[in-house]
Design a protein around this ligand. Structure first.
Ligand code: P6P
Length: 332
């Protein structure tokens, strides 16, 4: 298209353009997966608008209920959850939807009825930061439905290596969508003027190292000894600390600049705080696809066998050099 005079400098490659172009590479593709990504995109745009208008529309603060995790639900947790369930619920290829906010998975249809995929998500991770306008996010993962497994929770309890796709939408100073389908990591930015996620980075790679760690040091006394020793070493090495307390924002910074994010097991959360299926696994897939590493205790996160939908794990992820520095001390 070089012949066309470039009077229009605008980026005209949208998420839809990119996903359909990827789909065209696979003759056997039916378009079902692309249709799911389109639903996630629509949900993300809707949630982004509600997040930005939260204080104006008086939807900040607690919804007055607790989720399955026993955490107080923010009004926007419930709103974001409903938006995702409605957008995805209309996709005929989805068998099961599962959310951090709901105890049980939502069964939409069987494999025989066309249910090819399962979509799991944390609708608004970090939502306790909303009232102070800190970046929050939606984390999602796509799995294949196993028609031979009748129990919905068993169907979604797949190891991270089985993920078809994973991504997040960061509602920050801009609205960023990061997506991997197992062939590298792509980044899109929402242009609100035209309502489209525009493709800004292809084949995103995490910097190999960066002397920055991201952890809630208030819990340091509760960490396993090796992690405390690592922190002492990092202080001596002149590391800087960056911690937002919103996983999507913290991990996005690590993806873009390098460094290491860690949420070890603590005496309060001996199995870790972050959820395996819809937080750790999607983030681990993205970080690995970008050339980084992700561990949960001694195991590669993507190989941890889930015991239940809301299973929690410790998380250590980031630049290879930085993750290995932690592992030298944690001896896991
Ligand atoms: P803490 C938010 O509640 C969250 O689930 C993640 O987004 C974040 O990384 C973590 O918990 C923060 O936990 O214990 O440091 O407040």
């Amino acid at each position: 298209m070089d012949s066309i005079e470039k009077l229009v400098p605008d980026n005209l490659t949208s998420l839809q353009t990119h996903v359909l172009a990827e789909e065209a590479k696979y003759p056997e593709a039916t378009g079902d997966f692309s249709w799911i990504i389109s639903a996630i995109s629509l949900a993300g745009k809707t949630i982004a608008n509600k997040v930005r208008r939260a204080r104006l529309e008086n939807v900040l603060g607690s919804h007055g209920t607790e989720n399955v995790q026993g955490e107080v639900q923010q009004k926007l947790d419930v709103i974001a959850n409903e938006v995702l369930l409605r957008c995805l619920g209309e996709r005929a290829s989805i068998a099961v939807l599962a959310s951090e906010e709901d105890q049980e998975p939502l069964i939409l249809r069987s494999g025989k009825e066309g249910g090819k995929y399962c979509v799991l998500f944390d609708p608004l991770d970090g939502s306790s930061n909303l009232d102070v306008a800190v970046g929050v996010g939606t984390i999602f993962t796509v799995l294949r439905n196993d028609p031979n497994v009748k129990n919905a929770e068993q169907t979604v309890c797949q190891t991270g290596v089985q993920q078809v796709a994973a991504g997040y939408i960061l509602y920050g100073s801009s609205t960023i969508l990061v997506l991997t389908t197992g062939h590298g990591v792509d980044m899109f930015v929402l242009d609100q003027a035209i309502g489209s996620f525009l493709h800004v980075k292809q084949g995103l790679r995490i910097p190999p190292g960066n002397k920055t760690y991201s952890v809630n040091e208030a819990y340091a006394e509760q960490f396993p000894t090796g992690y405390r020793t690592y922190l002492q070493w990092a202080h001596e090495q002149g590391y800087s600390s960056r911690y937002i307390g919103s996983m999507v924002a913290d991990v996005h910074r690590i993806l873009m600049r390098g460094g290491v994010f860690l949420y070890p097991s603590t005496t309060k959360n001996p199995g870790g705080k972050l959820r395996l299926l819809y937080e750790a696994n999607p983030m681990a897939m993205i970080i690995e696809q970008a050339g980084g590493l992700a561990y949960s205790g001694p195991q590669r996160t993507l190989e941890v066998v889930p015991t239940e939908l809301h299973a929690r794990v410790p998380v250590l992820l980031g630049s290879p050099e930085e993750v290995e520095s932690v592992r030298r001390f944690s001896q896991e």
